[in-house]
Structure formats: C-alpha cells, structure tokens
Design a protein around this ligand. Structure first.
Ligand SMILES: Cc1ncc(COP(=O)(O)O)c(C=O)c1O
Length: 380
C-alpha cells in the first residue's frame, strides 16, 4: 500500500509505555502527570455539562475563553491579542501545530526545525508538503545560531522553536531572542513557537514568550496547551495566537479539520483561568519534583544538569554503559523496572549520545521507587 509517511515508526512514547506495561515497570517515560487535576476544574466541567453547554462551540472557540486568554497573555507577557481576530482554540497543541503547517507551508517550502525536536513537527511538515531542515543543537544543547543563519534562504518559510524544550528541559535565553530577531528581520519567515510548558520554568527564570517581543510577535504564531498547565492532557484543549492575517488563514483550515473544540471544557477553562493562582505556583510545584528526583542521583555517575523548565530531566549514562540509548532504555525498563525515554527518536540527523529523558510529573513515591530501582540496578 502507498504510504504518506513511509518508514514512520510507532511513537517512542507508545513503544516505551507498552514495554513498561509488559515488564510491570514504573513508567517515567511518557510525559503526562499521574496525579489528578484540580477538583474545582472537575466541578466546573460537571456544572457546564449540567447547564447544557454540550453542543458545538463556535469554530474559533467560545468567546469567554478567548477573552480570558487575551487577558492572561497581556498579564503574563504584556501583549494584547484581539480575542475576535487573533486567538483560536484548538484540540490541544498538536492540532494547532498541524493546522499551522497545513495553512502556511506550500510544496517545497523549507521549515527549519531545531533538533532534538518534539516528535510531531517533522511528520506534520512532511504531510503538508514541506521540506524539514533539521539543525542540531550544540553538544551542550544550546542553539547554533550561525548554523541556523546559514540555513536560511529564500525558500525558508518557517522556523519552529520550542521553549521550555521537550525533551531537553532547556529554555530560550535573551541572547537567543536577539539572534532570532536578527536572523528573521527583513524576511517573510514565520515563527511557530511551541510554548506548551510556558508555566513550568525553574530557579526564578522567566519564560521568554514570542508574545513579549513586538518585532517577533508580528511574525509569530504562539501555541500553548492547557493540558500541561492544568494536569489535564486528556482534555486536549489548547490555543494559537498571532497577528490577525495569520489567524484568518489558520481558521480556513481549522474549520474543515476539527471545526470546533469540546464545549464544556472550554467553558470550564474560561472560568478557571480568571484566577492566575491556578497556574502561578506550577513552577514551584515542579521544581520541587525535579529536585526530589535529582537528589537520588547527586553523588552517582548518572550525570545531569538540572532542567531549566518542563517536567523532563536528562541524564547522561555514559559512565555506566556504551550501549546506544534505545538499548539502554529498554534494558532499564525490562531489568531495572523503570521505563525512560531515549533521546535518539527526537533526531533525524545523526545522533549517538548516551542520554535518557525521565519524566518527573509523577507522585513523589513513584519518583522515589523509580529512582531507587535504577540506582540499585546500576550499582550491581
Ligand atoms: C513540546 C510539546 N508540544 C506539543 C505537545 C502536545 O500538546 P497537546 O497534548 O496539547 O496536543 C506536547 C506534549 O507532550 C509537547 O511536549
């Protein structure tokens, strides 16, 4: 049979979660919380369903939610997006990303993707006729702006960026903003900025949203997801914001793909978002989890630099093994009983690092047991 994605592997998250089930392992692989969302949010969902908010929402998303997102972004990053023309609700960030590629990538257009990259970007670009141009991060996982600059040419349609970064847990710094601004100035390049972990950033750092920088905001589509911020990845509600000329095009495609997003969830978020306290403590919450996980490995040969953001921590296992990362991750899952994620599936360019990703969006007792199993296994 013909395939639009020949050779596309099963997602590494499905593979490792499947292995975790098979070996009854603690699952620190896939990126979702194992604790529940706020009871208040559940009550809001219940209330909204009982009040009859159960039919199609408007294509662009319900008005109260678009208004709250506008207020929120203005409060957090100082830019006012018009709720009617510059904001659209989506079925999670994944749909926002796919629809954005669909709307703006034409056959043969080049899209710069920084690797390692979240696994949906490159297949979504290919499915929409684009040519991904992967640029690896440096060995210490910073942006190689000279290489990015030299990849830009008249066919470059987009640059995809992601901060805080999955899988690395790194974040954009001011010098990255300066370089990105210079590189895109006087071009037609559109920036797709995946900011789903915007509220999970540590050690007093501030999230540098594209929305904060007027010159970048003019050419950016900023994508976020309530799934990460409110521990509700299964609700699949996210949004995209950007200049009205782009959102108008985005809507032309959105209306024929999902058309509208879950109504009671949108209504519930519009009420829940009114209180910023509901997300302002997320940094502290996850920083404690990061530190708790890392405390088990401080004096070991499993090396790490504490994540700057997200709920992922990278560990370097080269002092323990020279195996490739997929083999090592499978061995930890099957023999230590803790499932983790190898980094190589996040690359299409050559990569032979000895690093694994651990998700710390888990209850402390699960983190402890997962860490202790790894420590015990590696010490034998
Ligand atoms: C960087 C990144 N972008 C997008 C998504 C997808 O978000 P959603 O579940 O809202 O589609 C994820 C989920 O893990 C992610 O890590």
């Amino acid at each position: 049979m013909r395939s639009k994605l020949p050779g596309a592997p099963t997602s590494i998250f499905a593979v490792m979660s499947g292995l975790a089930r098979e070996h009854n392992a603690i699952n620190l692989s896939q990126g979702f919380p194992d604790f529940d969302l706020s009871p208040e949010l559940i009550e809001l969902m219940d209330k909204n369903m009982r009040e009859g908010n159960n039919q199609y929402a408007p294509m662009q998303g319900v008005q109260p939610l678009r208004e709250e997102i506008s207020v929120k972004i203005n409060r957090d990053y100082g830019r006012c997006y018009n709720p009617d023309t510059e904001i659209n609700i989506t079925a999670g960030a994944t749909q926002a990303l796919f629809t954005a590629f669909n709307a703006f990538v034409f056959a043969g257009d080049e899209v710069i993707v920084i690797e390692p990259a979240y696994d949906s970007y490159i297949p979504s670009i290919i499915l929409n006729g684009g040519k991904p141009v992967p640029i690896p991060l440096t060995a210490d996982f910073r942006y190689d702006w000279d290489q990015i600059r030299s990849a830009v040419n008249p066919r470059t349609r987009m640059i995809v960026i992601n901060s805080p970064h999955n899988p690395l847990g790194t974040t954009f710094h001011e010098e990255d903003i300066t370089a990105l601004t210079e590189i895109t100035r006087n071009t037609d390049i559109l920036i797709i900025s995946d900011e789903v972990y915007e509220h999970i950033i540590f050690d007093g750092k501030k999230h540098l949203s594209m929305a904060k920088y007027p010159e970048l905001a003019e050419r950016s589509l900023v994508i976020s997801s309530f799934g990460k911020t409110f521990h509700a990845t299964g609700w699949k509600v996210g949004y995209i914001v950007g200049p009205s000329k782009y959102i108008a095009e985005f809507r032309k495609i959105h209306q024929f793909t999902v058309f509208a997003v879950n109504t009671p969830a949108q209504m519930s978020y519009s009420e829940f978002l009114k209180n910023p306290e509901h997300y302002l403590h997320l940094n502290e919450f996850y920083q404690n989890k990061r530190d708790f996980l890392n405390s088990f490995f401080t004096d070991t040969k499993l090396k790490f630099t504490p994540a700057e953001g997200t709920y992922f921590q990278i560990f370097d296992y080269s002092a323990y093994s020279d195996e490739d990362d997929f083999t090592f991750a499978k061995r930890l899952t099957a023999e230590a009983g803790t499932a983790v994620i190898p980094l190589s599936p996040f690359y299409t360019v050559d990569y032979s690092g000895r690093k694994i990703r651990v998700c710390f969006a888990k209850r402390d007792k699960i983190l402890q047991e997962g860490a202790e199993r790894v420590l015990e296994y590696l010490s034998t």
